[in-house]
Design a protein. Structure first.
Length: 429
């Protein structure tokens, strides 16, 4: 552990007198078991509590909720800091937060339920469900031509449903250290151009844009999951939010999970904060704030307990508390490596692969992301992350509501990654 982090932990323990207790969780175990599950050591709980509180005391972050489970049973839950600093509203275990891109694994599960039912095929053309994609072209290069547009050609391979799940659809914009002209064009003119439009309208507009590359050739962090949500909506014949509620949320008891409510319904949600140029904690600017549509790649509001139910379902082979969402073999297919390299290369992060709808650790020894090979996970823009580690049978949901995402701007680990490391280091045998 970094010496500075260790020193701050020691100081916080001495000065703060942290108890190391775990708060109560209303999340039932994934399955009935009389097995005595080893928990987290008292010292690791105390160190985690001290570290997270130190982040709040120093104004680095506003607040946190962390929840861990082992072998299907919750073993540690904690909430520290503020959900709303100005209103002095304390962070609670059941505080609702914006989960942003942690919506993506939910969308993947939704699609795979239709695959299991035979309603949707992984090798079905996307154009079967969204006809506008039948005319989609590929950009010949990523710079504008003399007419101010982009030269295009026919794709060498057809866009399939599996390409959406693999994020190898060619749909942008992706992550680029030096954004190309095509990247800037996509960023400005597609998914979020008109806040009044429906999911169907937005996806039809995406279909009219040139793809970055041929489907199936490269992992790209674009809007594949949003297109997939529309495919689910068309294939099922049910509005996407209603499909999620009936197929995933209600069976799992995820009663606090929904798409972003209208402004009047956000009183119990944590506020999002960020740092200004001087490093002071300030309210973050509103992003992707429309509540009138249902994207597949972002938009869900949830709690640590609700998302833990979802993650425990994944860990338990598709079943939670008697509710089977997917078959065990389907979960295995989703969480194996379909893309073994190149994932997050745009952020200079190595060792991360991709399954169907979520990241899979491919080479933990050479990755900045802490974890074990075979661990699957994903993050959200506003400071949320979850992981399922089959090697240790550990599941974690770690939440904050602070930008920036991923690794901190100085290249160091986020507080959530540090907290994960402390807890994982204190697991019993």
């Amino acid at each position: 552990m970094n010496r500075t982090i260790y020193a701050s932990l020691l100081a916080a323990l001495i000065l703060g007198g942290c108890s190391g207790k775990s708060l109560d969780s209303d999340v039932p175990p994934a399955k009935s078991s009389s097995e005595d599950v080893p928990g987290v050591s008292w010292l690791s709980r105390a160190m985690t509590d001290a570290y997270l509180r130190s982040q709040v005391w120093t104004g680095t972050r506003s607040g946190f909720v962390v929840m861990f489970a082992r072998k299907g049973q919750p073993i540690y839950t904690n909430a520290v800091g503020w959900a709303n600093i100005e209103a002095e509203q304390a962070m609670q275990v059941d505080t609702r937060m914006r989960f942003a891109s942690m919506t993506k694994p939910v969308t993947a599960v939704a699609a795979m339920t239709l695959v299991e039912d035979g309603v949707l095929g992984l090798d079905d053309p996307v154009a079967k469900y969204i006809p506008a994609f039948a005319a989609t072209q590929v950009a010949s290069n990523h710079t504008r031509n003399s007419r101010g547009g982009f030269d295009t050609r026919e794709p060498k391979s057809e866009l399939l449903v599996r390409h959406l799940l693999m994020f190898s659809s060619g749909i942008g914009p992706g992550i680029e250290a030096n954004p190309s002209e095509l990247h800037k064009y996509w960023d400005k003119n597609t998914l979020y151009t008109d806040s009044s439009e429906s999911l169907a309208d937005r996806i039809n507009r995406i279909a009219a844009q040139p793809l970055f590359e041929d489907p199936g050739t490269k992992w790209r962090y674009g809007w594949s999951a949003d297109v997939l949500a529309r495919v689910v909506e068309v294939a099922s014949g049910i509005p996407y939010d209603s499909f999620l509620k009936a197929t995933i949320f209600a069976p799992l008891g995820m009663d606090a999970t929904s798409y972003l409510p209208a402004v009047g319904g956000r009183a119990n949600m944590a506020k999002v904060y960020t740092q200004d140029e001087e490093g002071n904690l300030v309210k973050a600017p509103a992003r992707i704030d429309a509540s009138n549509w249902t994207p597949g790649g972002s938009g869900l509001v949830s709690t640590a307990g609700d998302y833990m139910r979802f993650a425990l379902m994944l860990w338990n082979g598709g079943e939670y508390q008697g509710a089977r969402i997917l078959k065990e073999e389907t979960i295995a297919e989703m969480t194996r490596l379909h893309v073994s390299s190149g994932v997050l290369a745009g952020m200079d992060i190595d060792g991360v692969g991709w399954g169907l709808g979520m990241a899979v650790m491919a080479d933990a020894e050479n990755s900045l992301i802490p974890g074990n090979n075979g661990e699957y996970w994903w993050n959200g823009y506003y400071g949320t992350t979850f992981f399922v580690d089959p090697q240790t049978d550990t599941v974690g949901v770690l939440l904050s509501q602070n930008e920036p995402k991923g690794l901190d701007g100085d290249g160091g680990p986020t507080p959530l990654f540090v907290a994960k490391g402390i807890v994982m280091g204190g697991l019993g045998d």
